[in-house]
Structure formats: C-alpha cells, structure tokens
Design a protein around this ligand. Structure first.
Ligand code: FA5
Length: 341
C-alpha cells in the first residue's frame, strides 16, 4: 500500500475510534509489528535510493502523527470511561456495610444511676466512692452497730476470707470514709454495689445503692424531707405519692423509711408491692451523734442527715419491671428494650 492510502485510512480510523479497545486495535493496525508503518518501511528497498531519505522522513512524520493521535485520544477516552464508571458505580458512603455489628445499649441500671447522680449534682452534691470489700469497722462498728448487736442481723452479710473484712452490705461506710477524710460542710452522694444474703423478686444478693450525706450547722429533718421529695419528683417526673414511715437504723436518729406509691399496680396491690400498694425505696434519718463523734465531728456543733436508696427498686418502678433478677441475667431481649437510654 502507498503512503497516501495509509494516510487516508488513518483519517478514516480517526473518525470512528470511540473506546480504548478501538484505540488498541488502531495501534496494532498502524504501529504493530505487521502494521502499515512497518510495511511501509519494508517497502523501502523498492524505493529509488535518491528518494529514500524523503520517503523515510514522510513515514516517520506519519508515524509520529499516529502516535500523537493515539496518545491524545487515549487520554480523552480514559477520562470519559472513568467518568462513566464513576457514575455507574456511585458509592453511597452513608449506606450501612454488609456486616453490621450489632450495637449495644446502656444497661438500664447504669442509665438510672447516671440519672440519680445528675439530679443530686444539680442540687449541689459531690460524688464519692468507696471499696466493695470493706472494713467491718466502717460497715458496722463506726456506724453505731457494735459486734453482737442484733442490728447486724438486719443485713445478712457475706464475709470474705480475711479477718475484719466483708463485702459491704450498704454504701453507708462511705459516710464514715468521707467524714474521716474531711471537715464539714459535707454534701455528698456515693453510688455503688452492695451485697447481702437476700434472694426474691425484689431482693438480689448483689444490688446497687446510692448513699447521701449532708453535714453542716443547723441541718434538720425538714431539710432532708425536702431534698428527698424534690429528688423523687425530679426522678419520676411527676408528683408520685411519697410517705415517710418512722423506722430504725442504728446510725440515724430519728430514722425513716421512705415509700412511694407502687407504680406497677398504681397502688392497687400486686406481687411487687406485696399487696400493700407501697414500695420501700430508701432509708434515711438524722446522722446519729455517736457516728459523728466516731468520725471526729463534734455533734454539739454539727448535725447531718443521711439516706440510702436502692437503685434497682428505682429502675423497677421507672420501667415497670416486676423482677429484679432481669437486671442481672443479661438476656439481650430484655436489655434491648432500653436502647434509648
Ligand atoms: C440501708 O442499707 C441503709 N444503709 C440506708 C440508710 C442510709 C439509712 C443512710 C439511713 C441513712 P436498707 O437495708 O433498708 O437500708 O436498704 C436501703 C434500700 O436498699 C432499701 O430501701 C431497698 O430499696 C434496697 N434494698 C435492700 N435490700 C435489697 C436487695 N437485696 N436487693 C435490692 N434492693 C435492696
């Protein structure tokens, strides 16, 4: 074939190259080993020697032109094809992946503890903590419960394998630790786990309490009633019926137990409130002078009130749960219901 014909062919190809496949075909046809350009070079021997130089130059020019065209069109095609692919394969980064890991949720008791702590913080209380393996002295003796005193039987205790230590039966030893550690004014709460040999639908061997302690000059029982009523109103977000019953704790005098109207049955009487319509949710009272003295605080100068509430009971009432065990069995079907916490 003549150079002129090949140039014409090139012009025709130029018009119809659309894809990178076409372009590759074109490259083979013109620039490949058996392509037109090689053929033209092979014809060289049939060209009269005086024309060869000129002939060679022309072929090279044509080859360069073809190479340039292929490079340029190649880039265009690549860009167009990429754009097309990106359009077709749009990634939606907001779609969930194939293997969505199940998302956990906050345990209802954790949620309730956080809520209780938040309410007391808003009322000016600071947060304290104490150990779960506690000194017997702090759990009992310094709280005005001497050894052999029948009051120790009120809280059936788990003892540990070390003389003088036990699993704390209430959060009240944090009162002792706080008073030993600093001088009044004191206004603290202490959330934490406690342990007792108890087991029924409203009693668990391990449960949660939040202790409260206020010590200052001129603190009285009415202050305590106000704080507790206000807390209950904020926690249940309604004016729940509250009653203060005279009671006995060795570490407070006078003492009270606080009940709220059973929200499970609306006060009609059910399994949870044992038919009474009321549920005991906390113990409270004025800190006994013996306790203040044992902790180095002069009872003539200072008074205090204290309270201890059962977190599990609060959670049961808030969410209408009729068996405390549900909080500890980790049944996902139960826990899932508290996803919004
Ligand atoms: C006490 O533990 C006192 N330390 C509370 C206190 C503190 C009184 C400061 C005065 C001053 P009580 O044993 O009543 O008191 O327990 C307090 C609350 O814990 C109860 O009202 C109840 O709501 C909850 N509670 C008691 N035993 C269990 C249990 N086994 N399971 C779940 N909740 C319980």
């Amino acid at each position: 074939m003549e150079l002129g014909e090949i140039r014409n062919l090139f012009e025709e190809w130029k018009k119809r190259v659309e894809t990178s496949k076409d372009l590759e075909e074109m490259r083979q046809t013109f620039l490949g080993k058996k392509g037109y350009i090689s053929q033209l070079f092979r014809e060289m021997k049939n060209i009269p020697p005086e024309r060869r130089r000129e002939y060679g130059r022309e072929i090279n020019l044509l080859r360069e032109e073809i190479e340039n065209f292929i490079r340029q069109r190649g880039e265009e095609i690549k860009e167009r094809e990429l754009e097309k692919r990106l359009k077709a394969e749009r990634f939606d980064l907001s779609l969930p992946g194939d293997t969505v890991l199940p998302l956990g949720s906050k345990h209802p008791l954790s949620g309730v503890i956080e809520e209780i702590v938040e309410i007391f913080k808003q009322m000016g209380f600071a947060v304290e903590t104490g150990p779960e393996i506690e000194r017997e002295e702090y759990n009992f003796d310094m709280l005005n419960i001497p050894k052999e005193h029948p009051a120790r039987d009120m809280q059936d205790t788990f003892y540990v394998n070390r003389e003088g230590y036990l699993l704390r039966t209430h959060t009240s030893p944090v009162q002792v630790r706080t008073m030993l550690g600093r001088k009044p004014p004191i206004q603290i709460i202490a959330p934490g786990r406690v342990y007792r040999r108890d087991d029924d639908p409203t009693h668990s061997p391990m449960f949660f309490q939040v202790e409260g302690l206020v010590v200052n000059r001129d603190v009285n029982f009415a202050n305590m009633m106000f704080v507790l009523r206000e807390f209950l109103r904020r926690f249940f977000e309604t004016d729940v019926p509250v009653r203060f019953r005279p009671s006995y704790f060795p570490f407070t005098e006078p003492s009270a137990e606080v009940d709220i109207g059973c929200v499970i049955c609306g006060g009609e009487g059910c399994r949870v409130c044992k038919g009474t319509g009321w549920l005991e949710v906390l113990g409270a009272g004025m800190v006994h002078p013996n306790v203040l003295s044992a902790c180095g605080i002069d009872p003539e100068e200072y008074q205090g009130f204290a309270f201890g509430l059962g977190v599990d009971r609060f959670a049961m009432l808030k969410y209408g749960v009729d068996n405390i065990k549900l909080f500890y069995e980790n049944d996902v079907r139960f826990l899932k219901q508290f996803k919004s916490l």
